[in-house]
Design a protein around this ligand. Sequence first.
Ligand code: PEP
Ligand code: MG
Length: 754
Amino acid sequence: MVGAGGGPRVLLRHLREVMAKAESSQSRLDQVTHLIAQNMVAEVCSIYLIQPGDELELSATEGLKPSAVHKTRLKVGTGLVGDIAVHARPLNLFDAQAHPNYAYRPETGEEVYKSLMGVPILRSGRVVGVLVVQNRTMRHYSDEEIETLETIAMVVAELAAAADMIDFDESAKGGEGEVQPHYIEGVVLSDGVALGHAVLHEPRVHVTRLIAEDDDVEAERLEKAVYELRSSIDRMLSTSDLSHAGEHREVLQAYRMFANDRGWLKRMLEAIKTGLTAEAAVERVQNETHARMMRQTDPYLRDQLHDLDDLANRLLRHLTGVELSSASGDLPDDAIIIARNMGPADLLDYDKDRLRGLVLEEGSANAHVAIVARALGIAAVGRAQGVLERIEDGEAVIVDGDTGELYLRPSQDIVEAYSEKARFRARRQAQYKAIRHDPAVTLDGVRVELNINAGLMVDLPHLPESGADGIGLFRTELQFMIASKLPSLTDQIELYSDVLAAAESKPVVFRTLDIGGDKVLPYMQQSEEENPALGWRAIRIALDRPALLRHQLRALLTAGKNQDLRLMFPMVAEVAEYEQARALVDKELARLEKFGRPRPRSVVVGTMLEVPALFWQFETLLPKVDFISIGSNDLMQFLYASDRGNPRVADRYGLFSPGALTFLRQVVIACKKHDVPLSLCGEMAGNPLEAMALLGLGLRQISMSPAAIGPVKMMVRSLDVGHLAGFMEKLYSRADASVHDELRAYADGQGIAI
Ligand code: PEP
Ligand code: MG
């Protein structure tokens, strides 16, 4: 039931009149509670506002005892009011006293009121208070009434903010007076060390004009802004700039899909009909999205809601003409972006030459923005609790992406220690750059092929920068992981063509989709698995759903026209799986033939060795494959039954365990016997000491993260691999848990650059 007062429109009109009158802020708030109570036919209407110490103070009321105003306080999280604030979502209770969180406050005299409806008062995405109505009877409030109250809460937020009645706990904030250093421990999102200055990423535009004069005008303004938003996304999509290619395009395509979503526009137009301005309507719908996002535990759905939140901000910028100043304007040349969270496109909007680091209050290593940060090579730390409250724009920050640590306003000795670390890194980088064009040849004349692992278009510049020989592993699933819908055939062809073009004539090994396990696609339904790493993943999905693989192969073969194409399959456990997958390649080649389409100049097809069982089928397998690539990350976890993602066991076994060394040695011998090229593309290839051991046991092709090419090449160029191979002979049969120390001592003794 909507109150006799006539719903939000009339109420908003009356509120505007209240706001226009020159009166004290308290008297305005009092009138607001009176108006709401009257309009919604409630006996009580109360406004609680946030105060230092995370407390909600009863700031105005109609119906409760006036003596309780500015006296009654509830901690965020306690009582029904505190519950609404902590979860940032409404409560609608016809019997409030039966709720487990009901907390009786005798000074208010509220015990006679049975039903309660309350909504959070949100401002710029933050809970600044709670607005409540109560009735004596057990009343069922309608959804429409909740929506009305939410709309009114926006106006109350502005009123209270304008009157300076909202007061966050500022003791923690590094405001003008605060010069204290502060240390925060977060989680690693992207490696590296960055010293720089904070740039607060402020995507939320602040809306101050809330109540409309004429809704037709507002509807027109909204439609015009949506049109402009769509056109600007289309323009960005059609630009030929490489930075907008690949994954950025995926993100923009997702934005375009959301921007064209009729439901979104409809919800905003409905909000305008309640009497709000266009920007207030956008914010109203955005608040809902934001609240849903906060409740969402599935990180991938959260990412999607985040993209929508981000899009709403872009729309607000179109409506208000407020530019995202920091992204476009005067960015310091050592910018460390600080944000609650952000979409990948937001990060790509910044001038990447000036970006040094990224700090997120939320964010996880799998979030799209973290993938992009890694690809851009900037240090990034996530889950940095409270960072936004503790830092001001322009203050000094150190981001240690190797440990997940953050130093705000660091002390001189910390700055010195990190400057030394950064200088050391820079010196090393200069040395690596100097040998960039030199071949990776050992002292005894053995040429080693050093490749990079990649997966996004932003990785491609690393190929010439690092001086690598090619891309030893292109993880095609990343395009699928950062998209919000299954990439179309055209999308895939576009990315693979761009990759081949950017690689120029250097070889690229495309690995077909390796999804499942921890690599989840937001738009694909996933069933709960007890052991996802051992579950339905990679080639298993591909063979059970061959259409997906056929599509991908079609895209790869099309993109590779008149070029040399290299393909491999992940997680193959038996020859039959390899044969089935390879048969699909042949089918797709035949299809090209049938339609008279150009084929690649050559197609070589290999498989990864990640499941140990495959090794015992090598005699059958090797004559059928063009190459083998060892995926040592997975291989090690399966060889030692040791979860690669579990920090308690992840480092327990490794390449230096004699069992692993012996196994790999036998793989090398078998491939040599069958004259099958062998490479390795796990993380270990990027560690100079491990890379040395791999060369010692006979590998000649390894693929690693781009930053590792320099250090590994230095090692190669200072190594006598023949001598090392002889030294290692006696290590295979050792009973030690690890031969790390022997190899380290050998390297030191021989002057090998590790
Ligand atoms: C591996 O398992 O070693 C590998 C390269 O694949 P990913 O890390 O993508 O599973
Ligand atoms: Mg793997």
